[in-house]
Design a protein around this ligand. Structure first.
Ligand code: PMV
Length: 348
């Protein structure tokens, strides 16, 4: 049944990939499977207000407020998102929307907000859908929200659920699919269920390469096919590592994935160098610290200069001491964010 007006609010976290998604095909389908930790503190909160429109609807009708301010520049992206998802949510043209969104992390911090932002918006739209079709099961609600989020930004489909989330079909991971993110279904050793992620803001500047351009680089990339295959192999290895609590094995896969992502960007045409000098200094410091102390700290990177420092919760005190004494110097304005593995998106 149609509804006249209302509002829904969701808070959706960011996520950090352990095995990276880089390269896509078709309508936002991944060229390889990936797995991520859903974060907790870094999140987007979105309120979607809606009111039925009068008369025949032409285009989409919406306003966008980011941190209280109207943002015309964000509109084309939302418009494209609506165009893509309209066939799955046929009511979109019948409403006027006000999308109010804010991030828990400072904007222009180099932390991508597309994953948290697109998943929060997809969940708000699904709440509308459920109001009109209340029969939908909880499972299908989340699946479809993740499916829609994927059409906004690939990695966003991994932000709907909490914990470890897999996106992209893998023969050894039951239920995995290219269409949406699913909770990692196999046994996970407790050490991985409370992992910490301290995000060092090494360079807060705007990303040098949009992820659209980055994924595009994989078309015709000399190492693309081998890379896609490798991601699957890494996931297979990770399966045993996660079950056994093999933290050393985890470090090897996660750091290799981060460096491979950057190596792939360095070896494309055009080629990109997305680390800063500070990124490399931090990596060296982490390696030295591990060697000297036997710590299980490791790093990962997204398509930028910031460093995600990952470690088991039991090491929290000594790692934060290490961050404060050795790594904070490489952060812009000494800025870093303490995050951890989280429970996924929730309605407010
Ligand atoms: O979701 P997109 O299109 O912004 O791609 C993000 C890709 C990486 O963050 C670099 C890796 C990943 O799997 O999240």
């Amino acid at each position: 049944d149609a509804i006249e007006a209302g509002a829904f609010t969701w808070r959706s976290p960011s996520n950090i990939a352990l095995v990276k998604y880089w390269g896509k095909r078709g309508e936002q389908l991944p060229a390889n499977p990936s797995v991520s930790f859903t974060l907790d503190t870094c999140a987007t909160t979105t309120t979607l207000r809606f009111a039925r429109r009068e008369g025949p609807a032409s285009g989409f009708s919406f306003e966008l407020l980011f941190e209280g301010r109207s943002r015309e520049d964000f509109k084309p992206k939302i418009n494209r998102f609506f165009e893509r998802i309209e066939k799955y949510l046929p009511f979109l043209r019948d409403y006027h929307f006000t999308i109010e969104t804010s991030n828990s992390f400072p904007h222009s911090s180099g932390i991508a907000s597309s994953a948290s932002g697109m998943s929060a918006l997809a969940l708000c739209l699904m709440s509308m859908e459920r109001k009109m079709n209340p029969g939908i099961t909880e499972r299908d609600f989340y699946r479809k929200a993740s499916f829609l989020a994927r059409l906004g930004s690939g990695s966003a489909c991994r932000s709907v659920e909490g914990g470890l989330v897999v996106w992209g079909s893998h023969p050894e991971i039951e239920g995995s699919t290219d269409l949406y993110g699913t909770r990692y279904p196999d046994e996970v050793h407790p050490v991985f269920s409370t992992y910490q992620d301290t995000v060092l803001l090494v360079d807060k500047g705007k990303k040098q390469v949009s992820s659209t351009a980055g994924h595009g680089l994989m078309h015709g990339h000399p190492f693309a096919e081998r890379r896609f295959q490798q991601a699957g192999e890494h996931l297979s290895e990770l399966k045993h590592i996660l079950r056994e609590g093999d933290v050393k094995g985890f470090i090897e896969i996660v750091e290799s994935e981060a460096l491979t992502l950057h190596a792939i960007m360095m070896t494309g045409r055009p080629y990109y160098l997305l680390m800063s000098p500070g990124t490399l200094q931090v990596i060296r410091k982490i390696w030295d610290f591990r060697k000297e102390t036997g710590s299980n700290v490791c790093f990962t990177l997204d398509a930028g200069a910031n460093v995600h420092v990952l470690y088991p919760e039991e090491e929290k005190d000594r790692i934060l001491e290490f961050v404060n004494s050795e790594l904070v110097a490489y952060c812009e304005n000494e800025h870093y964010i303490c995050d951890r593995i989280g429970a996924g998106a929730r309605p407010l």
